[in-house]
Design a protein around this ligand. Sequence first.
Ligand code: NAI
Length: 464
Amino acid sequence: MKIKNICCIGAGYVGGPTMAVIAQKNPHINVTVVDINEKRIAAWNDEDVENIPIYEPGLSAVVKEARGTNLFFSTDVDAAIDKADMIFISVNTPTKTYGVGKGMAADLKYIELCARQIAEVAKDNKIIVEKSTLPVRTAEALKSILDNTGNGVNFQILSNPEFLAEGTAVEDLLDPDRVLIGGNVNTEAGREAMQALVDVYAQWVPQEQILTTNVWSSELSKLTANAFLAQRVSSINAMSELCEHTGADINEISKAIGMDSRIGPKFLQASIGFGGSCFQKDILNLIYIAKSYGLNEVADYWEQVIIMNNHQKRRFAEKIVKTLFNTVSGKKIALFGWAFKKDTNDTRESAAIYVADYLLNEQAEIVVYDPKVSEEQIYSDLNYLGTRSEQENRKLVTVVRDPYQVCEEAHAVAILTEWVEFKELNWQSIYDNMLKPAFFFDGRKLLNKRKMEDLGFNFYMIGE
Ligand code: NAI
């Protein structure tokens, strides 16, 4: 079976970049990305390709190449479903904020809405691809909705979790460690559907890196991968605190253990804690699934990763207050970075939000500089927490577009995102314009402690 038309529901951080690369590498396939968010679709279609709604290095070039040729962005979901032989579901699956499983389970309402819409519109056989990260056994629920409300057409359900990391999405998509495709391996139709998706990726990914598995393994692999990655961050962060009490240096430890080939060097960087839309949500979901099977020890094991992460964010904020003579009330603190990591404008679950919130509770005056995050987004993140009124957030927080202005008359600077450009700032001039003693808290281990101390800063670095 050869795919001619692909539809992707959800034009977000996953749907947008993934489909742009699939379209670029499959000029014979028409790819339409649809979303109910009109503003987002309009931005994807913006004449100036630099205005697309997601910032990722290299993304605008890929979009420029394929858009209007075989890559389209639209709000007409029905038309795209109708035309497609393969439909990717790439909608958000946030943590539930209500009812059973509140604060833990993945909210699958957007997924279910997609399934019902597909069932209603589809007039011929379709392959449905789960691209969103989903609890294990979601394919069963999808199949049941599709088969019971559909027009008698045949649906094959595949799981194809996305392993891209924000900030390196295009690179990861062009050269993935592996592509994972789960499906019904026991039927001819299931195997055919899997092969159709293998063919799409085989346009640029070597066959041996395209793994096919049963659908449950594929679904659970994504949660497992994120749990393992987040666990490494929490493990190294736990050791960073011990370093601060013992004179050991977390960088030296990371290097020493990372050279052990059984451990490997990646994801061993101590920091203020992980953020992003996925790690916390997916581990909470994993905990919820384990509990639902009565596997309490499994649930408790993974919960510790989240507990450690919350502790790390909090202890960084506490350190600032303690160091500034136990009070930050009325003191200006300059925050460098708001995105949850460098090279993205995504701020979901960013550690910066929690650090800022803690400091605001201590009545600090916060000034923020981030090269890619908008002022509107920063206020919206703080307002979403509901800790204080929107007016108060506006009064206490200022967003500036100039990294030098952010520090004028500041008592302290805190690095919250590892943007490379922060390394190149003229820190001497920043130091000169700050109040003294000038405190510096490097939550990303970005700068050289000795050099910064030579400039005059009172410098705190995580894990030293
Ligand atoms: P996102 O929130 O950026 O995008 C989701 C989009 O789906 C939104 O624009 C929303 O308007 C749209 N949408 C929701 N319901 C819809 C409907 N019924 N019809 C049409 N459009 C609808 O989310 P993101 O970050 O792209 O994540 C999507 C999924 O991919 C999630 O399950 C996430 O866990 C997973 N994932 C995310 C990664 C990331 O780095 N952000 C990496 C790997 C997986």
